[in-house]
Ligand binder design. Sequence first.
Ligand code: GLN
Length: 350
Amino acid sequence: MMADFDLDRRQLMAVLGLGAAATAMSLPEVALAQGRGSGLSAGAIQSALNGAYDRYKGLNEGKNADYIPALAEVPSRFFGIGIVTADGKVYEAGDSRELFSIQSVSKPITAALVMKESGAKLIEDSVGVDATGQVFNSITAVEQYRGKEMNPLVNPGAIATVGNVKGTPEEVWNKIIGIHSDLAGRQLEVNQPVYESEAATNHRNRAISALMSAYERFPSDPAVAVDLYTRQCSINVSAVDLATMAASLAFGGTNPVTKRQVLDPSLVPGVLAIMATAGMYDDSGKWAFHTGGVPAKSGVGGGILAVVPGKFGIGTFAPPLDEAGNSVRGQKAIIDIVNELKANPYAQFG
Ligand code: GLN
């Protein structure tokens, strides 16, 4: 590889021989100019995607989440896959534009927002970046660590993350919906029935928020933090939206479709590390075993976002979940695509 992202932009351009005209290039464009990402032909990507779609579209394993009543009503047959590459090209199959609630896939995005606003150290020191080894809404984990040493991807850490965004509730909400929209490349909206359904039944999350507040893990009002968190989990996205968000993370925080730099590249490795550690709940180890630790995040709405740094982003949607809470068809599709496209980082043997 000629150059890496740790060179500053000017050095990089010099190495690439791209001269002054290229100084306005975004990271996805740099990746393209370097021949990264383009190692894969459009045909190979579409064929891996179609293969995974065909293989799993009839698979009936798993069950919709039903502890949020509105999620039980979503048709289980939905199955969509999207891939977005450095050139902003969108590949898709199945119900790739169907909208569903983002749920926990929002958690790393709001963590990125707090890192952008207050520095990565705040997340590391005050929320934590380690796996709890317990289910995502565990109260035992909060008690065990007195609210410390969690991570932004379990509910206590995610609610504390929201509670660390600065501003009035309205300002906080605008920042949250803003960064999700910028990464997706379009204005996103809340799925109101899902929001109302969860808000009416989220007693456990309210307890977690109160407990985290009692341990002084975040400065805002705990009732406001859990409400904004619930709203954030209800943002409607499609598989293509998740793929675009994933691609924005794959290319150092710049959305390859809109070319907008949403996050500073220096923040992205930390966000991806958190996802690699705990993005697939208690099955994060199994996920690493099958993908080589591809940073990913799943949600109980049936979405998964997966990032192959420097190459592409994947988003999937299929509501039925396995015991760990991860979409059955989504996982299988991503595992196949990552391996078929030789994107497993532990399988790069030259
Ligand atoms: N809103 C959901 C909850 O708090 C998100 C959980 C998830 O996707 N794992 O329970």
